[in-house]
Design a protein around this ligand. Structure first.
Ligand code: TYD
Length: 206
């Protein structure tokens, strides 16, 4: 747990619909008088955004992919997340290490022990205070992506079975998270999802 500010992350397979809920969470945090910092992974710093370009577009070995995700994360922690939390600000982040567990281990087959070693190296004492996992069947997510996006990136071009494995890894991580990860059924209408998000924020932080 962060000592001062709060760290809230958003996860799910591509097309699960995080953006609207991130915007609503930012509004909620600010309406309650806190300074909110919005960020994303991979990315969130000038170097991290350059690594993001490579990660989303350049073919690479699965361990290279995992290492670059955590390299971008190390920079993000040092330059954005840790200073903001220490200043009492709330960090609202689109993806964090749960995505590495889901995509690199679940999706690509990276051994979990290697993920855990990187996590232990890069953020041994920090986890999000709260993580929303927007859970959705890959076929519904794929249909949403196709109608909403012209140029798919390296991850979005993956097949259904990849996203099934990513989804399963996310759900396993949620089950082992002792309540940190809240699973939201993202197949429902946006208003129902939003109501769950706001109710969770009220229950956890008020
Ligand atoms: P995201 O920003 O959600 O994509 P978009 O803006 O296109 O909706 O995430 C970028 C991609 O990076 C997404 O497919 C998941 C992947 N990813 C990983 O594989 N591992 C990670 O650790 C992170 C943070 C993201």
């Amino acid at each position: 747990m962060s000592q001062n500010g709060r760290f809230i992350t958003f996860e799910g397979i591509d097309g699960a619909g995080k953006s609207t809920q991130i915007a609503a969470t930012l509004d909620w945090v600010r309406a309650h008088g806190h300074v909110a910092v919005q960020s994303r992974e991979p990315g969130g710093t000038p170097l991290g955004e350059r690594l993001r370009e490579l990660l989303l577009n350049e073919p690479m070995h699965l361990e290279t992919e995992a290492l670059l995700m955590f390299a971008a994360r190390r920079e993000h922690l040092a330059r954005v997340i840790e200073p903001a939390l220490a200043a009492g600000q709330w960090v609202i982040c689109d993806r964090f290490s749960d995505a590495s567990h889901a995509y690199q281990c679940g999706g690509r087959g990276l051994p979990v022990a290697k993920f855990e070693a990187l996590e232990q190296w890069v953020h041994p004492a920090l986890q999000p205070d709260l993580t929303f996992l927007f859970d959705l069947a890959p076929e519904i997510a794929a249909a949403r992506l196709q109608s909403g996006r012209a140029n798919a990136d390296r991850f979005e071009r993956e097949q259904r079975d990849f996203f099934e494995r990513v989804r399963d890894a996310y759900l396993q991580r949620a089950a082992a998270s002792a309540g940190r990860i809240v699973v939201i059924d993202a197949a429902r209408p946006q208003e129902a999802i939003l109501a769950d998000v706001l109710a969770t924020l009220e229950a956890r932080f008020r």
